[in-house]
Design a protein around this ligand. Structure first.
Ligand SMILES: *Cc1c(COP(=O)(O)O)cnc(C)c1O
Length: 486
């Protein structure tokens, strides 16, 4: 196994463990056991370029299947609403300690069940820290239970009319950053900043101008489809200038922060008042979320439960502790650097073969390919690639003429295949395969006349040849080498 591939593990022990687990499950519901087995087979044979996905280590996976799943532990370490939480305390404290050390954060809260939960915790803690606390002190009230109906009405009004400024969805922002279909868009009056139409890059002067005009309570940074680094020192300057609280959502790129690929002005943790993350994307942990905070927000972040969370998932917190421990090893830093280097190789490979990229390149784990130059919509490109054994997802490009459903782009990410051991050569070959497929695909004519945005023709020979080439690379870089569950 190469240094950049998934965390090393004892293949014999892991094979026994998973084989036994599947046998036990099979005795109760064999169809579930079969689906689990099939999922591994499918993942092993998939050229996965989904930018938000990865492969957790056997240690992380095995840590989730045990008795911690049965325990209620509402509250915080040492202050639980249930008896018998000593072992949950142990793993939650370990996960938080590893997270603080890994990211150099004064405070870490590891209970959020997902990225969206982490953002909800962050939003409510900002509202509480900025609004509730001063209002309570002013009212001479120390305890929320002492609030009168009138106090609550006042607080509800104050909570309900706050402003959030985040990155626009159509240049790579995330739904949870104030957009209507999400609760954040209903909690906050929302405005967004875009990117420069020429370069596709964040224009910090434009963000500042927008912030001065909008005067948000919260300035939100972070993305799920922006292929560049963000200067968080500048974002903090902007927040300070308008008196906003800076939340950075590093859900996508936490692995690059953990692996010290993003340092200095590009490391969000020292600059953000609160940093939120998922743990399962580039960070390669269990499915979950976490919140890092400066000291003044800690007591408010701690109220995540009961404010927006119920009982923590102790089995997942245990797995977070294991994943953070893995991410603190030198091997993880090598992995993270390889993720970024591989993205450059993929981007250069696409460009060299005529591909057009949003921002003309990448500085992280994401490459956003504008497929309009192939005469296709994102939806057609996504489907033609899947037919050829290449898994991506369609994504809008800035000012997308095809809207959010059909789109004009595909988003490609390197974390998962890098975990398998793919290097620069494999990503260059992947770029070649992608260009071959997209060059061979053509839009079909629509029933109404004109050109379809969904249907396409792809010569079977191209799809088959690409599948074979992809399979060859996958075979040479096996997922979980030596893990045998048959
Ligand atoms: C993935 C993502 C989330 C949501 O994470 P879930 O665990 O799916 O809830 C939030 N913010 C950003 C920026 C993301 O990329």
């Amino acid at each position: 196994m190469t240094a950049s591939s998934a965390a090393s593990f004892d293949a014999t022990a892991a094979s026994v463990a998973f084989r036994s687990a599947i046998e036990v499950i099979s005795a109760v519901e064999p169809r579930v056991a079969a689906a689990i087995t099939q999922e591994l087979a499918d993942q092993r044979t998939s050229l996965k370029l989904i930018a938000s996905e990865n492969y957790a280590s056997p240690a992380v996976l095995l840590t989730m299947g045990n008795w911690f799943s049965d325990k209620y532990a509402e509250g915080t370490v040492g202050h639980r609403f249930y008896a018998g939480c000593q072992n949950v305390d142990t793993v939650e404290a370990l996960a938080a300690e590893h997270a603080r050390e890994l990211f150099g954060a004064p405070y870490a809260y590891v209970q959020p069940h997902s990225g969206i939960d982490a953002n909800l915790v962050a939003f409510w803690s900002v509202l509480a820290q900025r609004l509730e606390a001063p209002a309570l002190v002013e009212a001479g009230v120390k305890n929320v239970n002492d609030l009168s109906e009138q106090d609550w009405t006042t607080l509800r009004r104050a909570f309900g009319d706050q402003r959030l400024l985040g990155m626009s969805l159509d240049v790579g922002g995330h739904l949870t950053h104030g957009f209507r279909p999400n609760i954040s868009g209903k909690m906050f009056t929302h405005a967004s900043y875009g990117t420069d139409p020429e370069t596709g890059l964040i224009d910090y002067d434009a963000v500042l101008a927008k912030a001065r005009q909008f005067r948000p309570l919260i300035l939100m940074a972070g993305y799920s489809a922006y292929p560049r680094k963000v200067n968080f020192a500048k974002m903090r300057e902007i927040a300070d200038e308008v008196g906003a609280t800076l939340i950075v959502d590093m859900a996508h790129f936490a692995g690059l922060v953990a692996g010290r690929v993003f340092t200095g002005d590009f490391d969000p943790v020292p600059f953000a008042h609160i940093t939120t993350t998922t743990t399962h994307k580039s960070l390669r942990g269990p499915r979950g979320g976490a919140v890092l905070a400066q000291a003044e927000f800690a007591e408010f972040v701690d109220k995540g439960c009961p404010m927006v969370l119920g009982g923590p998932l102790a089995h997942v917190m245990a797995a977070k502790a294991v994943a953070f421990a893995e991410a603190r090893t030198p091997a993880f830093a090598i992995y993270a650097q390889a993720v970024a280097d591989n993205a450059v190789s993929l981007a250069e490979g696409l460009k060299r073969r005529g591909g057009k990229l949003v921002t003309d390149g990448t500085e992280n784990h994401i490459v956003l390919l504008d497929v309009s130059s192939f005469g296709l919509t994102g939806r057609q490109a996504e489907s033609a690639l899947v037919d050829s054994g290449i898994v991506t997802n369609r994504n809008s490009v800035p000012q997308d003429p095809n809207g959010a459903w059909y789109t004009s782009g595909v988003r490609l990410g390197t974390p998962a295949l890098t975990s398998r051991g793919f290097g620069a050569a494999e990503f260059d070959r992947t770029a070649e395969l992608i260009v071959d497929v997209l060059s061979a695909a053509t839009p079909s004519s629509a029933a109404s006349g004109g050109v379809s945005k969904a249907k396409y023709d792809l010569p079977a020979a191209v799809a088959e040849k690409t599948q074979a080439a992809a399979a060859e690379m996958l075979d040479a870089n096996p997922l979980y080498p030596g893990l045998d569950i048959s």
